[in-house]
Design a protein around this ligand. Sequence first.
Ligand SMILES: [Zn+2]
Ligand SMILES: [Zn+2]
Length: 396
Amino acid sequence: MSDKNDGTAPADKTIFDAIAQGDLTEFKNILAEHKGGVDFFDENGMTALQHAAYKGNKDMVQLLLDRGADVNSGKHEYNYTALHFGALSGSSEVCKLLLDAGAKPTATNSVGRTASQMAAFVGNHHTVATINNYVPRSEIAYFSTIQGQQTEPYLPAVLVDPLHKFVLGVNIHPVRLALNLQHSPALLENAEKVSKVLELLCKKEMTRGSETNEVMAFKYHYLAYIVREINNIKDKQKPASDKDEKKYDIVEIFSKKLLKPGKDGVSLDLMDSFLKDCVREFPFRECTTFHQMVTSLTSKDPPSALSVINCTLNGQRGFVDAIPYCSTCGEEKPAKKCSKCKSVQYCDRECQRLHWFVHKKACNRESSAPSVATTNTKADINPNILCSEIQNLLAG
Ligand SMILES: [Zn+2]
Ligand SMILES: [Zn+2]
């Protein structure tokens, strides 16, 4: 029974219950029976989409977006958008769906915080990176159309989606990027065009005036640099003839070069100089982002170039995190451990294989206790209580 007197359908109340309980079947039933718009509001001005985003429920978010839910609805009492709630949920997938649907990452709540800043505030670093690294598909698609006197576009249309996905990737470890390229053969085959388009994107990003996003421009430059290097390896390794078709693995050659430990047996000197060269080659030397990177790289006890670049692109992490990483490609919370020593972790067999030339020496002598992966247990807090608590914290 509906206790509302504004003539809204009974779906109004039950849909919030279904979202709260995560009952997808019931949720689908309600939507199937309800023919009108799906921008239901609760008593705090929060929409069904915002509730589903807060729950981090990507199926419900997708269904509501498919039905035309307003992704930028702004009637919440503290001006939170669906993206703010997605950011609080820590679900990068939900944030990506909302951004694809046109959610504005620059929208601020009543204390002037964007969704990405809220995600940082509650420690959802992956979500921060997902939002900060987002670019609309149209940015890439622009280069698949003919410009001016061109007879063919810079980018074949079939490469728009794979390149968009490549650009949105949050893990910027060079070996992970090489693996991503290998898993997307069309990009690898057209590596020259791809690196050219990435350079053009960099330039375009730097000439937007007040809208310029220096960090994104550097990311395009960085990706172009990696793609070019992998393309160089590809060209050098090409078998001389069809008969000579012995196996050559670009990623293996690339990762052997980068993961080879230096004289001390630990630091990755080759990776470091490779990445420092990348920073040095950034063509826009007047910008703040470039100066900040150079300042940290030339400081007294400099962090690795990889961590400087990662901080620039994905934001600073606190020291509280003890997240395990893949020893090969830096992916967070990898699924597998070396079965022998259990002291290193990997995404999969591929990553383990690529790292074996380094790890085999350590593996034979170590037998330390397995490190335990921390799991993110999130308490079930009512979104309105959370919002008003955050308001108090930030406003105080
Ligand atoms: Zn990995
Ligand atoms: Zn081992």
